[in-house]
Design a protein around this ligand. Structure first.
Ligand code: PAF
Length: 282
């Protein structure tokens, strides 16, 4: 694996790959990689000739009260995991390299960037869309891989790609879970027992919602109430939201009539955690 820290080094490598007719796949990350990231990388490796991963903890997507400085970092371990997954080139630019001047341009995907995660993080998706648009221009991939764990982020990026005509296929990849069902996340590293055990309440809330749906319940109010009850019964968790939404638009719905997405967010110990799952209405 070729590791670089400047955009010009990455561009030289990728320009010559494209000139040879190779297809470039892209996995953007903020580092502190785990099996979830590796699943994106392995999928990209199986579908593309050359795979670029980036590690960049993007300050634009953190509010001043969030964990930017404390966000976990381990470049040595990340390099090993990326190489093991078959990544061809790892780009880890500095903040100065990415944002040499004050950033006065931003990308905002209205509608999809509102509600859910934006309740707690109002500027988050603008920061994500802006850095992803920039990284798309830097890397020039034909396919880009994102985890479904950040489901609203995936919807925002799909819409940005469509609205701004990026010639990139966005590939959403399934959530990778720990054996007890906790969705893998770099923020799980902050969890110590007993918070780690309490964190399974997110998965259990989704299971409760799915059980009602499987039993024929279609009222969103009823399903959300059952999901909330699971998180609220967990003394170490503070519920942020549960939601049952239209699977593609993330619009609110009163009844589940087709494909839907169940989403949950809660604070457990020092970590704010999110999870979601799909209900197929077919
Ligand atoms: O999902 C993430 O890790 C980040 O939001 C992303 C897409 C790398 C943008 O900084």
């Amino acid at each position: 694996m070729y590791t670089v820290h400047t955009i010009s080094q990455a561009s030289a490598f990728l320009d010559s790959a494209r000139a040879r007719g190779q297809q470039v796949g892209f996995v953007p990350t903020m580092g502190f990689l785990h099996a979830g990231h590796q699943s994106l990388m392995r999928r990209a490796v199986s579908e593309c000739d050359v795979v670029v991963a980036t590690i960049f903890v993007n300050p634009l997507q953190f509010a001043p009260n969030e964990d930017l400085a404390a966000y976990p970092r381990d470049f040595g371990a990340d390099s090993e995991l990326a190489a093991e997954a078959g990544v061809s080139i790892l780009l880890a630019p500095s903040i100065d390299e990415m944002y040499p001047d004050a950033v006065v341009t931003s990308v905002r995907v209205s509608g999809l960037s509102d509600g859910l995660e934006s309740g707690a993080r109002p500027t988050h998706f603008e920061g994500v869309a802006t850095v992803v648009a920039k990284l798309f221009n830097v890397v020039g991939p034909c396919r880009a891989y994102f985890g479904e764990k950040d489901y609203q982020q995936l919807a925002v990026i799909r819409r940005m790609v469509s609205d701004l005509s990026f010639n990139i296929q966005v590939v959403g990849c399934p959530i990778v879970r720990e054996v007890d069902g906790l969705a893998m996340s770099s923020r799980n590293t902050y969890l110590e027992a007993p918070d780690r055990e309490a964190a399974t309440c997110l998965r259990r809330a989704l299971d409760a919602g799915m059980a009602l749906l499987d039993a024929g319940e279609r009222s969103v109010v009823a399903i959300e109430a059952a999901m909330s009850a699971v998180v609220e019964a967990e003394a170490l968790a503070t519920l942020d939201y549960v939601a049952v939404r239209h699977a593609d638009t993330l619009q609110t719905i009163a009844q589940v009539e087709g494909d839907a997405r169940l989403l949950v967010a809660a604070k457990v110990g020092p970590s704010r955690l999110i999870d979601n799952c799909a209900f197929s209405g077919k």
